[in-house]
Design a protein around this ligand. Structure first.
Ligand code: BYC
Length: 326
């Protein structure tokens, strides 16, 4: 309800002189910087999206982190460890980008830990086998790149700049995931069937990552007008399907969608109906791992309390010694 009300409000263009100037700058592809005037609704939309994005990176470390100790070789372990660390780094750049909009890191973390903030639905699914790590890299990071490349041109400077480095790293993640899938698909029949099982379980949740259908996307109109979003949810979902289906076929895998077919007239892959009831259930906290994920983040936060206290005590001591020396 809140979101619908907010959208209705943001969909109306700001007709004040500042609002008109702001929109003209956006349309001229000028970057908006933290100290520039911006409509309050633009600021709130960015805080919402950037913080959800940051939370997704941090919660997204959990399903893969679960496999670091069980990666099949030292090389796989090193690559997975580096990938999970990259995700932690992405979360930090994104929290820093959100902070430039006048919200504190503590407030954002509190919203996540108290269940008031959303993070990507995809991270509420379990990683049951090693092939899931391949499928996540190939498909989840693949979907993330499809969504994030246009964000490198987002109208808000700090978010756009953070996305450039994030996209470079995501692209490496996607390749390492596809390479895991390729190795499994060229391996024993058991390995290939693990890869198929992972694709069967991750395919539909990956399509949900792009958000509700355009007809139900509350924020799209305002975000497109402000050039935060450059493509609609359905537009990006179609691009992802078009890119991924030939990759899956190259692996010799089949997609868990009997309606999937290539439409020569449009050059697109047509796919079946997404189960939006499942999507809404996951967003409402009823996905397979929602409770587990939040419990893990709360425990990490509590376990890290001593680090925050020690850092504050250290900073206070340094301030005191600088003052004493002055
Ligand atoms: N899951 O009006 P809409 C990663 C919410 S992490 C949960 O279309 P918008 C990675 C939406 O927030 C990838 N919630 O919204 C990390 C809104 O709710 P509120 C994360 C979703 O913002 C580790 C409501 O539904 N990527 O790459 O215009 C390992 C209505 O939706 C979802 C980003 O965060 C969802 N899937 O469009 C590997 C990218 N979809 O706020 C990989 C940045 C929608 O009104 N975000 N909702 O309560 C975006 O591009 C946009 O926010 C979205 C949604 C396309 C996701």
């Amino acid at each position: 309800m809140y979101s619908q009300a907010l959208n209705a409000q943001t969909a109306v263009a700001d007709a004040s002189p500042e609002g008109v100037r702001f929109q003209a700058r956006v349309e001229a592809e000028d970057r908006i910087e933290p100290n520039d005037w911006m409509p309050e609704a633009y600021r709130r939309t960015l805080i919402r999206q950037i913080s959800q994005h940051a939370h997704s990176e941090i919660v997204g470390m959990l399903p893969e982190g679960n496999w670091i100790t069980r990666a099949p070789t030292l090389r796989r372990k090193a690559a997975l460890l580096a990938k999970v660390q990259d995700e932690g780094g992405h979360g930090l750049y994104l929290y820093a980008a959100a902070e430039t909009l006048g919200v504190s890191r503590e407030e954002l973390v509190d919203q996540l830990l108290t269940g008031r903030a959303k993070y990507s639905s995809i991270f509420n699914y379990p990683t049951l086998s090693w092939a899931d790590i391949g499928a996540i890299g190939w498909l989840v990071d693949g979907a993330a790149i499809m969504n994030q490349i246009p964000l490198c041109r987002c109208s808000y400077g700090p978010y756009a700049r953070a996305m450039i480095r994030i996209c470079r790293e995501e692209s490496f993640h996607q390749r390492q995931g596809y390479e895991i899938m390729l190795t499994l698909c060229r391996g024993t029949p058991e390995q290939k069937s693990m890869a198929q099982d992972a694709l069967n379980r991750w395919w539909w949740p990956c399509l949900m990552m792009f958000g509700p259908p355009d007809s139900q996307s509350q924020h799209s109109d305002a975000s497109m007008r402000w050039k935060i979003k450059r493509f609609s949810n359905d537009g990006l979902r179609q691009k992802f399907v078009d890119a991924s289906v030939p990759q899956g076929h190259y692996l010799g895998l089949t997609f868990p969608d009997p309606e999937l077919r290539f439409d020569a007239a449009t050059g697109h892959w047509i796919f079946g109906e997404i189960d939006w009831t499942e999507f809404r259930r996951v967003l409402a906290g009823e996905g397979p791992c929602n409770r587990e994920r939040l419990a893990a983040r709360r425990k990490a936060h509590e376990d890290g309390a001593w680090v925050r206290e020690a850092a504050l005590a250290h900073a206070a001591k340094r301030c005191a010694s600088v003052r004493a020396a002055a």
